[in-house]
Design a protein around this ligand. Structure first.
Ligand code: AMP
Length: 589
């Protein structure tokens, strides 16, 4: 058994937990249960993470960054202390601090983690989160959905079967999921959301309103100066939180400009009317989520609130109206996701708990094909293969047909989304099936298989049915999955952190085997993932009471597989994986 920490990498705050004696336990960071997801570099070039970084938010606005989660999966660079950082790199600083705090608190080396993401994060955003973990020196065992983590933590305290709606409104993202708990199995039935909707947007609306008012009165734009803009943002966020408990909140900022103070009173009524259209969007998502699961509001036993923004009274009011039941905070909404991740880490690490997890994909995955749209034959029609809300892991196949006689190449790009034309969906990766039989007539079947794992990572294979041969699938490195160069980022981080006082360089970045990406491993990620899955299953067998000879044989195969990955001996790994697969298959009941 080994310690695998669970991390809630939040837009505003992050938290880390682990399973101790069968219970999720939070690990304190700088004496607090959560840490602001804030990163900065001070004047001396020292890296600051968390509370320390927040403290310099106003005095060093150009060298401090907040809400980086909103940029995950994008190519946006952030400039800090004269250096450029990717969202993955900034997030890795947050994860590294959480990992270090866990190490210190638990007095054990931490190598592995489960990290949560919003259910509605797409492949690119999940991949970016995983890469951030690798850059922080972690093996990311699993990426799990935040509502799923919340349900696991909730379920761990109960024994009843229930149908719950998990409504998660945080600083930067929103999602709502329908979760059914039955006999200790937590099953997410459907999920909807918006990865760009949360408390940050409400702060922005308030800041704009206060800045407009200041402009009218003094003809000065508070947003023109980075320092006064930051002070304004901090002040409105504080006032917003106060409005959850009081009908009015005062903002008083001395000398927000060289000569003027800022003094204004906000009312809850005005504030709530301002954010009502945003909240209406969340209620629309909620109805879609229920519809997807073919359930009426009356079928739901409980509405569970997750995320700091759910403290807003209007959220409760609108949910009460939509669901006809009182929404509830079962566990602290800021901590529940990390606690669930900690429990999931414990389960993977081999500790006993009584819950099992069944997650779903919130998106449909499919291929771009020539199809019939509005009665006309048209290219770039989206052919769904894995439908949204399907439990994962999942493997689904569909048959497609060649268009012309002797066709040797098929282009079948992969997209995720719900729209009928691929242009309206999110591009996942380019697929080219080359070297098909050149004697085959048009309409020859090609079977495409999409396999989605529990981390939301997609693998695609294609088989030419007429010849029975499995053909090569070429993934373009421009694909969504591969456009972030993890090797380059690892080097960058090592160099950058060496120059930052207080950081001794990231010597702990995981360089080897298991976190290799497709390009690291020369296209062998499928094989590596298979070997990794088998390793987990084999280790479970080793923990059970199996025959000593069998245990030794499994250990030998595991050691040799590890060496083969390290030395990149793919043929050897293939044969070792086959042997291990046979053993595991026969020994599992
Ligand atoms: P989370 O991502 O779950 O940490 O949620 C952070 C968001 O919750 C931020 O936008 C906070 O401003 C917001 N928040 C925290 N406390 C409150 C509160 N009492 N009322 C309204 N919003 C809050």
């Amino acid at each position: 058994m080994e310690t695998i920490i669970g991390i809630d990498l939040g837009t505003t705050n992050s938290a880390v937990a682990t399973l101790v004696k069968g219970k999720a336990e939070l690990i304190e960071i700088d004496g607090e249960p959560t840490m602001p997801s804030c990163v900065g570099i001070d004047k001396a070039g020292k890296l600051l993470v968390g509370r320390e970084a927040v403290n310099q938010l106003v005095i060093e606005p150009e060298s401090t960054v907040l809400s980086i989660k909103r940029s995950m999966g994008s190519d946006n660079k952030t400039s800090l202390g004269g250096k450029e950082f990717s969202p993955e790199e900034i997030s890795s600083f947050i994860l590294k601090k959480l990992k270090d705090c866990a190490k210190e608190s638990l007095k054990t080396d931490i190598k592995k983690a489960v990290i949560t993401v919003p259910a509605y994060f797409n492949d690119k955003q999940r991949k970016a989160t995983r890469d951030a973990g690798i850059l922080a020196g972690l093996e990311v065992e699993r990426i799990i959905n935040e509502p799923t983590a919340a349900s696991i933590a909730y379920e761990a305290n109960k024994s009843d079967d229930e149908r719950m709606l998990v409504y998660d409104l945080g600083g930067g993202t929103f999602d709502v999921s329908l979760v059914v708990v039955e006999d200790g199995v937590v099953e997410v039935k459907s999920s909807h959301g918006d990865t760009n909707l949360g408390g940050d947007d409400f702060d922005q609306l308030l800041a704009d309103q206060v800045a407009d008012d200041f402009m009218k009165r003094h003809n000065i734009d508070l947003k023109a100066d980075l320092r006064s803009e930051r002070r304004l943002k901090i002040a409105v966020e504080k006032a917003k939180c106060e409005l959850s408990d009081k009908p009015f909140a005062k903002i008083m900022e001395e000398y927000i400009t060289d000569e003027l103070h800022l003094e204004i009173e906000l009312s809850r009524h005005d504030y709530e009317e301002m954010i009502r259209p945003h909240l209406q969007k969340t209620i629309d998502c909620l109805h879609k989520c229920l519809k997807d699961a073919s359930m009426l509001p009356s079928a739901i036993d409980k509405v569970m609130l997750v995320g700091g923004s759910t403290r807003t009274p209007l959220v409760h009011e609108m949910l009460r109206e939509a669901m006809k039941i009182e929404p509830r905070f079962e566990i602290n909404p800021d901590l529940i996701v990390a606690m669930g991740a900690g429990i999931q880490g414990g389960i993977i690490g081999g500790f006993e708990t009584n819950s099992t997890l069944v997650d779903i994909t919130p998106y449909t995955f499919g291929a771009s094909v020539v199809g019939v749209h509005d009665g006309f034959e048209q290219p770039d029609v989206f052919a769904p293969i894995i439908h949204r809300n399907t439990p994962v892991p999942v493997s689904k196949s569909e048959v497609f047909y060649t268009i012309s006689d002797g066709q040797e190449v098929v282009h079948a790009d992969i997209y995720q989304g719900e729209e009928r034309l691929v242009i309206d969906n999110v591009f996942v990766g380019e697929f080219k099936i080359e070297g098909l039989s050149n004697k085959a007539p048009a309409q020859s079947p090609i079977v495409m298989n999409l396999e989605l794992d529990v981390n939301g990572i997609l693998k695609v294979t294609a088989v030419e049915k007429s010849t029975g041969l499995e053909k090569s699938v070429v993934m373009d490195t421009k694909s969504v999955e591969n456009n972030f160069d993890i090797n380059k980022a690892k080097q960058n981080i090592k160099t950058l952190t060496k120059t930052m006082e207080g950081e001794d360089g990231r010597e702990d970045i995981v360089d080897d085997d298991e976190n290799d990406t497709v390009e690291d491993a020369g296209g062998k990620s499928d094989l590596i993932n298979r070997a990794k899955d088998l390793k987990t299953r084999a280790e479970k067998l080793l923990d059970s009471s199996i025959d000593e000879d069998d245990a030794n044989e499994i250990k030998d195969l595991l050691d040799k597989s590890k060496d083969a990955i390290k030395e990149k001996e793919w043929e050897a790994l293939e044969s070792l994986t086959e042997s291990l697969s046979d053993m595991v298959f026969y020994m599992e009941d």
